[in-house]
Write a new protein. Structure first.
Length: 157
């Protein structure tokens, strides 16, 4: 299976890069992994709705270059799944012939509606708000956990 993670914005903190690196290393046992860190559009302190929409549209153009297979946009209005349910969805994708699952984390302003509409599954981590950089670590951990669950590993227990 191929896992693609498209993330708008770069990780700034060493401890977050280290955590992501650890999960990416662990994922190597289960899949081919691609990470695409895209530039976030810079906006002022109080951007208008029009400026935000334009920035999201520009980010969407970058995202579309790398999105393939089963598209999973991460968005607050997405569905919340348990870890076993995520594992099941990923397994179903592979069984149905979709060898690639692409997860997309947008900028602090979210994702353009076009990207959300591309998703066969919109996913939310929680009703709580997390920094986008921490969300990346959390998502990588859950992807790793999903493979462990599918394998019947002890990590999930």
């Amino acid at each position: 299976m191929n896992i693609v993670l498209i993330a708008v914005g770069k990780l700034k903190e060493d401890y977050l890069r280290s955590a992501c690196g650890e999960y990416i290393k662990r994922l190597g046992r289960y899949c081919t992994f691609e990470l695409h860190e895209l530039d976030e559009c810079r906006l002022g302190d109080a951007p208008s709705e029009k400026e935000i929409a334009a920035a999201l549209k520009k980010e969407a153009e970058q995202i579309k270059r790398f999105a393939k297979g089963m598209i999973v946009p991460m968005c607050i209005e997405g569905k919340q799944l348990t870890s076993p349910e995520l594992s099941e969805k990923m397994t179903e994708a592979g069984v149905s012939g979709q060898s690639t699952v692409t997860f997309i984390i947008g900028s602090s302003f979210g994702l353009d509606p076009e990207i959300k509409s591309m998703g066969s599954l919109r996913l939310s981590m929680s009703k709580m708000t997390f920094p986008h950089q921490l969300a990346r670590v959390m998502l990588l951990e859950q992807i790793y956990r999903a493979f462990q669950i599918a394998e019947g590993g002890k990590y999930h227990k």
